[in-house]
Design a protein around this ligand. Structure first.
Ligand code: OGA
Ligand code: NI
Length: 355
């Protein structure tokens, strides 16, 4: 099989490195206008306690006595929110701590050393940005390192940081742990949706996975820029790790932006467009964004679990037995091309695929 996945998907126009830009400016007036976004503070942000994000206990999903109850809870979390915090996920602390420490070290390296792992022309894999498709669009206040981690033969190891020395090993280990958590969640979701486990396991065969490591520098005009514009994830299931204790993820619910307050040790899990489409809209791919802080930097690792590139993505036959399909079907390759060809705007893409 040819190497997938971020090649041939289009490219991101080269724009300044945000970490270096942030380090070079002292005054709010120095923030270039391309980063200033009126929408950043347009919609109300829900105050604390307005609504509680569901919490799913992974160890209970696996426990013969509690699994039925916890699976039902997971189903409701996917129907009502599409977002949940996952506790007791069983990923060893050591794997997470090594990953976090190496990410912190990587972003501390001088720009030239980080650029040794920069995106190559016509590829979105490596250190750089995504979704910069025109010279006059607004820009996000973030740098990212995007790497394919699975299937193993798809890895482009030359783009995996060689500094710090343990980075590659830490990422391999973290990737394997998360693959196993994602695999179990997908299995339970298939069951909850009334789909034969083989259907999901064929679509997610070999458990394709990529990581997007996001780095958000502080900004003197924090409330007027966005780390990541409002979007949905073009994948099946995302598991997000917070590298430090700084918050910044917000999800859109009922017209408000709802700030996610990660529980200690939890992963933030969310449904992407692909599961929304496969489930014929029973599970929702919720709109979310990342905001920026005035003084503190922030980093996250989004582990993205998607389908095989050649699989056909459309509402599953078993789900649309008694009702009409609500989405068009297309190959995942085609979907990804469309996904990366425009700057994301909330749920616009997934809604454009609705019949
Ligand atoms: C993403 C994402 C949120 C965050 O990478 O797609 O939504 O808080 N990240 O970094
Ligand atoms: Ni996202």
């Amino acid at each position: 099989m040819a190497k997938p996945s971020f090649q041939c998907l289009g490219t991101s126009i080269d724009v300044p490195n945000v970490q270096a830009l942030a380090a070079s400016i002292a005054n709010p007036a120095d923030v270039p206008p391309r980063y200033v976004r009126p929408e950043a503070k347009a919609d109300p942000v829900a105050s604390d306690g307005d609504s509680e994000l569901p919490v799913i206990d992974f160890s209970r999903l696996l426990h013969h006595r509690f699994s039925r109850e916890e699976s039902a809870k997971l189903h409701h979390a996917c129907v009502d929110w599409g977002f949940f915090q996952l506790i007791n996920h069983g990923v060893p602390d050591q794997a997470t701590e090594k990953m976090k420490a190496d990410i912190v070290e990587f972003f501390k390296l001088p720009l030239e050393e980080k650029k040794a792992f920069a995106q190559l022309p016509n590829s979105l894999e490596g250190y750089g940005q995504a979704f910069v498709v025109s010279d006059d669009q607004k820009l996000d206040w973030a740098d990212m390192l995007t790497l394919i981690t699975r299937p193993l033969q798809s890895r482009n190891i030359d783009l995996w940081p060689a500094q710090p020395l343990t980075f590659r090993d830490s990422l391999s280990c973290y990737s394997m742990e998360l693959k196993s958590v994602a695999g179990t969640l997908l299995e339970v979701m298939a069951k909850n949706l009334g789909v034969a486990p083989e259907e999901f396991s064929t679509i997610f065969q070999d458990q394709p996975q990529g990581v997007k490591i996001n780095y958000y520098p502080p900004c003197p005009r924090a409330d007027e820029v966005l780390g990541l514009s409002s979007h949905t994830d073009g994948t099946g299931l995302t598991l997000l790790l917070h590298v430090n204790d700084v918050e910044g993820l917000q999800i859109r619910k009922g017209g408000n932006w709802f700030p996610v307050k990660p529980l200690p040790g939890a992963l933030t899990a969310y449904i992407g467009d692909i599961i929304e489409i496969l489930s014929n809209g029973v599970y929702k791919s919720l709109e979310h964004r990342a905001i920026i802080n005035l003084k503190e930097d922030r980093a996250t690792v989004a582990a993205l679990h998607g389908p095989r590139e050649d699989s056909v993505i459309g509402p599953l036959a078993e789900i649309v037995k008694g009702c009409k399909p609500k989405y068009v079907s297309m190959s995942y390759g085609e979907f990804m091309k469309t996904y990366f060809s425009t700057k994301p705007e909330g749920r616009r893409l997934v809604e454009s695929l609705m019949l």
